[in-house]
Design a protein around this ligand. Structure first.
Ligand SMILES: NC(=O)c1ccc[n+]([C@@H]2O[C@H](COP(=O)([O-])OP(=O)(O)OC[C@H]3O[C@@H](n4cnc5c(N)ncnc54)[C@H](O)[C@@H]3O)[C@@H](O)[C@H]2O)c1
Length: 253
């Protein structure tokens, strides 16, 4: 018996990295997946990977910071699959800069993609989940939502917001049977880390080696974050809500 049979999941930022690994893992457990990403080709690649292995998925090209796009993603899930049970708000961007080197536009964009997106998704999907008697919302925070980090001011602020809005959402919508949790990865081997190295003008090899400096002596794999997402999506975590689950090889321990 698969753990998510007859469930429908929306995964944002599912065109790559942690989002793709999670979309694949949710589909492997039987969920039908709406693969939402701003990049059409990447979203389609994830859909193809799921369909090739016998799963069910469809792509939704969307900018999660835009309300009309988010509303359309939710509508697509309802139209194609009859509802929504699981939402993984995972799309995110990073800006590696301190206050002096962050422009107002960069600050606003980081908050629009990392934080406003979750508000918008909840605004549109909570009525659907509530009408069905509940569901599971998972938001991607970060170790840097629970502690500070250097030269990443807007990102740290945005991920702190994700962790605490997750708690507020859990309080508001628990009575409707909706669980809301954050999964907080440590450095995980995705395109984002290479983008950070580029922004900081550091050699990628050196940056990735530093990212492995944690008790388990390596970076995370996207599939390891996906395992936590599947657990939070499934009934195995039925009494878990408002939690910040850390998956980081001991990085912030
Ligand atoms: N990789 C890490 O070390 C790490 C650590 C902690 C937290 N995170 C968080 O995990 C999440 C996923 O990161 P990742 O490492 O897989 O990154 P990634 O860059 O590999 O993937 C991010 C995906 O989000 C998509 N995306 C970006 N902006 C979007 C938008 N406006 N609308 C829709 N889709 C958009 C991108 O196209 C991409 O497919 C992010 O929220 C990130 O902050 C990552």
């Amino acid at each position: 018996m698969m753990r998510l049979e007859n469930k429908t999941a929306i995964v944002t930022g599912a065109g790559g990295g942690i989002g793709r690994a999670s979309a694949v893992a949710l589909a492997r457990e039987g969920a039908r997946v709406i693969v939402a990403d701003i990049a059409a080709d990447s979203a389609q690649e994830t859909v193809d990977a799921i369909v090739e292995t016998g799963g069910t998925a469809s792509a939704a090209v969307a900018d999660v910071s835009a309300e009309a796009d988010v509303a359309r993603v939710v509508e697509q899930a309802v139209t194609e699959y009859g509802g929504v049970d699981i939402v993984f708000n995972n799309a995110g961007i990073i800006r590696r800069a301190d206050a002096l080197d962050t422009t107002v536009e960069e600050w606003d964009r980081v908050f629009a993609v990392n934080v406003r997106s979750i508000f918008l998704m909840c605004k549109h999907v909570v009525p659907v989940l509530a009408a069905q008697g509940g569901g599971s919302i998972i938001n991607t925070g970060s170790g840097w939502g629970l502690k500070g980090g250097g030269r990443a001011l807007s990102y740290c602020a945005s991920k702190g917001a994700v962790v605490n809005m997750t708690r507020a959402l859990a309080i508001d919508h628990g009575p409707q049977g909706i669980r809301v949790n954050s999964v907080n990865p440590g450095d995980t081997d995705t395109g984002m880390l290479r983008e950070e190295a580029r922004q900081l003008a550091e050699p990628a090899d050196q940056f990735l080696a530093e990212a492995s400096d944690r008790p388990l002596r390596r970076m995370g794999r996207p599939a390891e974050i996906a395992d936590a997402v599947v657990w939070l999506a499934s009934d195995e975590s039925s009494f878990v809500t408002g939690a910040a689950i850390v998956v980081d090889g001991g990085g912030i321990a």
